[in-house]
Design a protein. Structure first.
Length: 442
């Protein structure tokens, strides 16, 4: 944070603790915003400085920290809270008159829209700061897409009147659809269709610390798989050291894509732990392993052997992954578990077999889908859902007044950067126990 020059008769810290303002102080002290503020001040040049750039910027951050849904809500807080005005950097001698009017914030946010590249660079610097503080930060990543509704009402195009920007309607947003399905306890299937008009925030988060490392904001209809390809390529080009320390990438069935799995493992050495969809046709349940007459597998990666005499099917025991041979080892269940098998002598499986990943690139991955390790790692994927929940409840993505793709990118970038700055501040000040909390008092 750049130092804020200001005149004061006394400091509030001299008569009472900061209290709730300590959370804002953490963000202001540890947010790497010097380049952005310097550029905004250079844009102002010798123009009027009734409302200093640094103070207005700090007040925008305060609006995020204290969960104000609108600029007017923030202005009301500044008008009544002299301590907050002073912490932001407004002149204490002007009193409530130092609070900027609404049009100042309108112009300032418009300036920030033109500085999205610098805001994204600030986000990346915050991620780099966490990499220095946390040696294992980025080793376990999870990816997911989050629906973000526009404040505008979605209307279908009739093909006659094109939508024209007028400052009120949202001409960038479109409709997104997600389908959820499963089975109830009694075995009956259920299905739920969710539609929203707006955008999609594609997030890559650290699954251990539940903090974002990369993101992209698109229209709601954008393909999650295609965007994930772009996110991986962007990290490889801009931050190869972050991608280099990643060991596993976790994702749900929406990211089950053969090209993505191959890019992660073959291209970057990242083990994909991504759930699989049943894409087999004609009710096919198992397939024979090439070159094996009595060993088969299903689409979930479970490998079975059949007794040559009785035809009994048994699940084979997973024996590990051989990186040099790019193959998964599976052991004879009779020998491994001490079972009785009448056809053991004539079985060609012997003590075990190796199945190369090339057998089926979607089914066989370096962390075998049938192993306990895969299930344990996949359970960590819920970290990204908790980040999404905090973005909704604490960072204002559930209730907002945003229309337009550019403004939504700005809001998401500010929210994610404040989240990182808060975590960075808590770690550097030895309060890492609450590094993910925005609302926890210092």
């Amino acid at each position: 944070m750049a130092i804020i020059p200001q005149r004061q008769l006394f400091g509030w810290q001299e008569i009472e603790d900061l209290g709730e303002l300590e959370r804002l102080r953490l963000v202001l002290d540890h947010l790497p915003d010097e380049d952005l503020v310097a550029a905004l001040e250079q844009d102002r040049g010798r123009g009027r400085d009734d409302y200093p750039v640094r103070a207005v910027w700090n007040s925008v951050l305060a609006g995020i920290v204290y969960q104000h849904p609108s600029i007017e809500s923030l202005r009301r807080e500044l008008l009544r809270n002299a301590q907050l005005r002073q912490l932001c950097g407004f002149d204490v001698f002007l009193g409530a008159g130092a609070t900027p009017p609404a049009w100042v914030y309108t112009r300032f946010l418009r300036k920030l829209l033109g500085r999205l590249d610098q805001l994204e660079a600030m986000f990346r610097r915050a991620v780099a700061g966490l990499q220095q503080e946390l040696p294992d930060f980025g080793e376990l990543l999870a990816v997911d897409g989050k629906a973000v509704r526009s404040h505008a009402r979605g209307r279908k195009l009739d093909g006659k009147r094109p939508r024209r920007p007028d400052g009120r309607r949202d001409t960038d947003a479109d409709w997104g659809v997600k389908t959820y399905h499963g089975r109830r306890e009694d075995g009956t299937p259920w299905r739920r269709l969710v539609r929203w008009f707006g955008y999609c925030l594609h997030l890559v988060v650290d699954a251990r610390y539940e903090l974002p490392v990369e993101y992209m904001v698109t229209r709601a209809s954008a393909s999650e798989v295609k965007v994930t390809h772009q996110l991986v390529d962007r990290m490889a080009a801009q931050r190869p050291e972050l991608l280099g320390r990643c060991e596993c990438l976790l994702g749900d069935k929406a990211y089950d894509d053969g090209k993505l799995l191959d890019k992660l493992w073959t291209g970057h050495g990242i083990k994909p732990v991504i759930d699989i969809r049943d894409c087999w046709q004609d009710g096919e349940t198992t397939r024979l392993v090439k070159g094996r007459s009595n060993v088969a597998y299903d689409y979930k990666g479970e490998v079975y052997c059949y007794c040559p005499q009785s035809g009994e099917r048994r699940e084979m025991a997973f024996g590990g992954f051989e990186r040099q041979r790019q193959a998964l080892k599976y052991r004879c269940p009779a020998r491994h578990y001490g079972l009785v098998c009448r056809g053991r002598e004539e079985c060609r499986v012997g003590s075990g077999i190796r199945i190369p990943l090339a057998e089926d690139g979607r089914v066989f991955v370096p962390v075998a889908r049938s192993s306990y390790s895969w299930k344990r790692l996949y359970a960590r994927r819920t970290a990204v859902e908790r980040v999404n929940s905090r973005l909704d409840r604490c960072f204002g993505l559930e209730e907002h007044f945003v229309r337009g793709l550019g403004k939504m990118k700005l809001k998401c970038t500010l929210a994610l950067t404040v989240m990182l700055a808060m975590a960075l501040g808590r770690i550097r000040e030895k309060r890492g126990k609450h590094l993910r909390s925005l609302v926890k008092a210092a």
